[in-house]
Design a binder for this molecule. Sequence first.
Ligand code: DGT
Ligand code: MG
Ligand code: MG
Ligand code: MG
Ligand code: MG
Length: 269
Amino acid sequence: MAKSKFEYVRDFETDDTCLPNCWIVVRLDGRNFHRFAEQHEFKKPNDDRALHLMTRCAQTVMQELEDIAIAYGQSDEYSFVFKKKSKWFKRRASKFMTHVVSQFASSYVFYWKDYFKDQQLLYPPGFDGRIVLYPSNQNLKDYLSWRQADCHINNLYNTVFWMLVQRSGLTPVQAQDRLQGTLAGDKNEILFSEFNINYNNEPLMYRKGTVLIWQKVNEVMTKKIKLPKESEEKEVEVTRTRTKVVPLHCDIIGEQFWEEYPEILAEDS
Ligand code: DGT
Ligand code: MG
Ligand code: MG
Ligand code: MG
Ligand code: MG
């Protein structure tokens, strides 16, 4: 077919193929969620509705897109790890990033009312995205450990901070001053001695974030069948094995998780 004289503009497009044999990580993060959380009256420091909605959106991303091996989320962010050998969209970085972020953002609006009920969505939220390649399994594990450590540090800080404000009546500035220079042990001690809270008993979802993995699950369903020799339909139970995206709130920094789920990092991924 003859090319039009305009065809040359295609050459302005640059190549953004991701290096082969690397884990492709897309991380998205809510735009200005400090304000978004205020405006939508998110519970401080953790709002279950908001966290569950984030996870619902991430599950949708994993189900709708190809080749995602694992995802990890906390606060207003989620990371998606594409398999090393993925050939999806010829490994074009822009395709990975834009599909993840747009699918997530539309899901956030679509599923909003399932989690926030009477709390109206006041304006359309946005999410930024970035893409990073990790060549070794250790690099990838360290990346995910970094995000989970971040979750722990922020959640411990926020838990004490909001206790000091909500329970002890400190102003935010006073609470900030009180926590200036404190170590994790000091924060645990404040929680325990002043508020009778053992941080280790706080919900796992707050302390560890959410890991999404694929798992085989058996589903029992009832099916109506008509047997050839009988005239009436009969209800029978059938078991089907399906792979589903399952949320976990566990430690992913230690080796135990990776030993329990070796298929995530398996060579053929
Ligand atoms: P950015 O990402 O640079 O556009 O700005 P932000 O404001 O989104 O900042 P970021 O992502 O560093 O911090 C996340 C904000 O989201 C943080 O201000 C607290 C808020 N947030 C996230 N989850 C919750 C929650 O469950 N409850 C409340 N109250 N706030 C939350
Ligand atoms: Mg930020
Ligand atoms: Mg943000
Ligand atoms: Mg964030
Ligand atoms: Mg198209």
